[in-house]
Ligand binder design. Structure first.
Ligand SMILES: NC(=O)c1ccc[n+]([C@@H]2O[C@H](COP(=O)([O-])OP(=O)(O)OC[C@H]3O[C@@H](n4cnc5c(N)ncnc54)[C@H](O)[C@@H]3O)[C@@H](O)[C@H]2O)c1
Length: 297
């Protein structure tokens, strides 16, 4: 376990000055706190959100360096237009924050819903669509723009405590958030080889946003940790600008920060066993990849 100290006045935040940032899900909660913190420290921010009224209000309040785009992360064209406009206007993008996600209350994927003829209906999987497919779109756009513009870029995806722990009541969300950490882990080695782009994950536990407003009294009653959105925003900025962080994940609870990926790798022999670890290390040493056979030599 690796506790990290990120003070509210950490000098690291000033490194975002002048940086061009694209963020998804910035109208409320963690995203809005991140937009505010970036703006406070002199970054330029373009953010996409489905919530037009609140998004426009936030951008108008913060002024000329904050640009709101109305649209959904599930629609490729909506995400593309944010990148196109921002790069056209500023000539670059330095930091991409894939933050939008929705809570499973919008659909119980395992409920028995039947159509008029009595057939069991398929779930829409809207939670997966926003929370994982939307992140894949954002990451694809970030990688493409960083590479084409030859920019040393940085990606931070908002995972969750649900990227690591079981979360009864929200199994599809949990699968999506495990997907977010899986995505970044699987890009880790190839991005490192490429040496151009860093990608990290912030993994907040319970945070006081609209997401949790109907549950917060239970957490308070039991004395469980609750983050303020700005505490998560600080972790996002820290990961976005700190050159020592790549393929890492900061778990955030009650405003404390714990890096998890290093500990998971360091203890691999304990949880995977000696022989299995040796086989995994052999595959890595030989640089063998799943996927296209021609990528292996
Ligand atoms: N609140 C928590 O306890 C908690 C814990 C762990 C992770 N998270 C994650 O943090 C992120 C932000 O959530 P939050 O807690 O700030 O909640 P929030 O609901 O306040 O913020 C989510 C934002 O995403 C926007 N959004 C929703 N669907 C969208 C779409 N299709 N396209 C674009 N924008 C969309 C919403 O309008 C909102 O502005 C999410 O990824 C969430 O899964 C939250």
């Amino acid at each position: 376990m690796s506790a990290i100290d990120i003070a509210p006045d950490s000098p690291v935040f000033s490194d975002v000055r002048g940086k061009v940032v694209i963020l998804t899900g910035g109208a409320t909660g963690i995203g809005a706190a991140t937009v505010r913190l970036l703006n406070e420290h002199g970054a330029i921010v373009s953010f996409l959100d489905v919530n037009r009224a609140v998004g426009e209000e936030l951008a108008a309040e913060l002024g000329d360096n904050v640009h709101f785009f109305h649209g959904s992360v599930t629609t490729w064209e909506d995400q593309l237009k944010v990148f196109e406009w921002t790069v056209e206007r500023y000539g670059r993008v330095d930091i991409v924050l894939a933050n939008a996600g929705i809570d499973e209350v919008v659909e119980d994927a395992f409920a028995d819903n039947f159509d008029e003829s009595g057939k069991l209906q398929a779930p829409t999987l809207i939670v997966l669509d926003v929370t994982l497919r939307g992140v894949i779109f954002t990451v694809k756009l970030a990688l493409s723009y960083f590479r084409r513009l030859k920019i040393r870029g940085s990606i931070v995806a908002t995972g969750s405590a649900a990227s690591y722990l079981d979360t009864p009541g929200i199994p599809v969300y949990n699968g999506a958030k495990h997907g977010v950490i899986g995505l970044v882990r699987s890009l880790r080695d190839s991005l490192k080889e490429e040496g151009l782009i860093r990608a990290n994950v912030v993994a907040p536990s319970f945070t006081a946003t609209s997401f949790t407003k109907n549950l917060i009294h239970f957490w308070k009653r039991e004395g469980l940790p609750i983050n303020e959105p700005v505490e998560v925003a600080r972790a996002i900025l820290f990961l976005a600008v700190n050159p020592d962080y790549h393929g890492k994940s900061l778990y955030v609870a009650a405003g404390t920060y714990t890096e998890l990926e290093g500990s998971i790798l360091a203890t691999q022999e304990q949880w995977l066993g000696k022989q299995n670890t040796a086989w995994v290390n052999l595959r890595k040493a030989k640089n063998l990849k799943m996927g296209k056979p021609e990528d292996n030599v």
